[in-house]
Design a protein around this ligand. Sequence first.
Ligand code: 5GP
Ligand code: ZN
Length: 120
Amino acid sequence: MAGEPQADCLFCKIVTGEVPATIVRETDTTVAFRDINPQAPTHVLVIPKVHFRDAAELAAGDPQAMADVLREAGEVAAQEKLDEHGGYRIVFNTGAGAGQTVWHTHAHVLGGRGFNWPPG
Ligand code: 5GP
Ligand code: ZN
């Protein structure tokens, strides 16, 4: 069924605690944890507890969970004081060619440095 945990999914295992992570926030529907390979001074991943492969699939399959992920991205930014330091970037890499390597929806919340536009 759509949204059900997947046995071979790394981020589903972070949701259950089977794989450890440095968790910075958790709600009934989301987990936020530090990226193992940070690309900015602050780099937190926000994931829904439900399993969908990317941002668009989550938005289509469970719009409330997508709203929860985006609200939590803002809460992480506030907790990490990113809004006081020039802002932050929310990124959903979607598809292998765009850099997606984990097939469980995740928002990258990046901050603490400047960002170019357009992105690379
Ligand atoms: P993607 O490349 O799919 O957009 O993002 C996946 C992210 O997950 C990468 O930034 C990568 O560093 C991070 N990542 C991969 N494995 C782990 C892990 O076991 N723990 C944590 N905390 N982050 C991970
Ligand atoms: Zn998953």
